[in-house]
Each structure stands twice: as C-alpha cells, then as structure tokens.
Design a binder for this molecule. Structure first.
Ligand code: DX5
Ligand code: ZN
Length: 221
C-alpha cells in the first residue's frame, strides 16, 4: 500500500506558486492540493480558477482542488477548465449534493466530498456511487498550521469501515495538522492520501525534505 502525499500550496510562498509546485513535484508528491476559500464558507480568502490554471501550467502534478466556498455549483466548470483533476466540494455547502457531484463528473473531473470535523461520515453513505474521493477535515477549514483534532482518528476509522464495505475504490484523504507526529496515526486509522501544507512548504529544509520526512515517518506504510 503506497500512501499518497498532496502538498497544500496554502503554506507555499504565494508569490512563487510555480516554483513551489515544481519543488513539490520534484519531491515525489502525488497531487498538488489547492485550497480555494471565499471568505464566506470559511473566514479566509485564497484564490480562484485563474491561479489554479497558472499552477496547472507550471507543473505536471494532478490538481487536487478543495473548494471551501458557498454555492460551489457556480465554480465547477471554471475549475474544470482550469485543469482540476479532482474537484472536492463540502457536503455542508450544498443542499443538493447528489446533483452537484453529477455536475462535477459531467464537467470531466473526479468528484470528491469533504466533511468538516463535526459532520458525521454517514452523510456520504448514499452518494458513495458518485465520488472518487472522501476528504475528512482534521481541523476546522480556513487556515493552515492548526493542530490535528484527536477525535478525528475515530472518524477516519469509521470512514475506512464505510468505504471498505460499500466503496473500496474511493480514496480516503485527510487534511489539517498532518505532520511527522500525526501521519502514522491517520494512516493506521485508514487514511490513504495525506494533505500537508506546513509540514511540506513550511519545512526548514524545503519541500523535498518535508515530503521525505513524512515518508520516513510512515516507514513501510
Ligand atoms: C485548511 C486547508 C488545508 C491546510 C492544511 O482549511 O484545507 O489544506 O492547508 O494545512 P496544514 O497542513 O498546515 O494543517
Ligand atoms: Zn484542503
């Protein structure tokens, strides 16, 4: 089992996205994770489809786009055109999640659903047939550099059981507070894709050392 690593550019130098994304690629990352925030669904603003397209042009990593925005249906096509391979929406941001996920698929992306820490995993039970990825927030979304919420370990395990039973092909990704201290815990609980912002781009030795440190912490996992 090879664990995937998805560095989040939220912790990168916003003035050097191209170089930072190429450094993440050279480090052996699997995806590049883009945190899109609108100042409404979360109390922070990042960037939109034009910046995502620029990052897409600057490296060969698949774009793993995490929409933390209200009314995500408005931005499905723009992010698909920007090159999103995975397009993840929050269950809490949509009253019509099934329709939204079908829209994402029709736009040519792999659909993902993300859940805030307090949202139970059962929310996705009846849309498992529509998704390729389940993203569990292990901090409240909005900011990088927060601490992993310990109660999320049990939730990851619950999601693992749900996916193993009904949709084993769905990737289980975790996001927030993932570092050399927490990586092993989340993988042992069942996570298979690790988003890491500070642990990669904030590593004093640079992104390559950050990714290497995570892989080392995982041992043979
Ligand atoms: C938080 C974002 C995360 C964030 C993770 O809202 O979704 O992707 O960048 O940052 P770290 O790894 O620093 O917790
Ligand atoms: Zn994210």
């Amino acid at each position: 089992m090879r664990i995937k690593i998805a560095p989040s550019v939220l912790a990168a130098d916003f003035a050097r996205f191209g170089e930072e994304a190429r450094a993440a690629e050279a480090a052996g990352s699997d995806y590049i994770h883009l945190d899109v925030m609108d100042g409404h669904f979360v109390p922070n603003i990042t960037f939109g489809p034009d910046v995502a397209a620029a990052i897409h042009r600057s490296c060969n990593l698949p774009l793993d786009v995490h929409l933390m925005i209200s009314r995500p249906e408005i931005f499905v096509e723009p992010f698909a055109e920007a090159g999103a391979q995975i397009l993840t929406v929050h269950a809490e941001a949509s009253l019509h999640l099934h329709r939204l996920l079908c829209q994402v698929r029709e736009a040519g992306c792999r659909p993902g659903v993300s859940l805030n820490p307090a949202t139970p995993v059962e929310v996705v039970r009846h849309v498992l047939g529509q998704i390729d990825l389940l993203l569990l927030m292990t901090v409240e979304p909005g900011f990088g550099g927060q601490s992993y919420i310990p109660a999320m370990t049990e939730k990851i395990a619950a999601a693992r059981r749900l996916l193993d039973e009904y949709a084993p092909h769905v990737e289980l990704e975790v996001d927030g507070g993932i570092n050399v201290e927490t990586a092993r815990t989340v993988v042992d609980a069942g996570a298979r894709v690790l988003v890491a912002g500070s642990a990669v781009f904030g590593h004093p030795g640079g992104p390559a050392r950050g990714v290497a440190a995570l892989r080392e912490a995982l041992g043979r996992r």
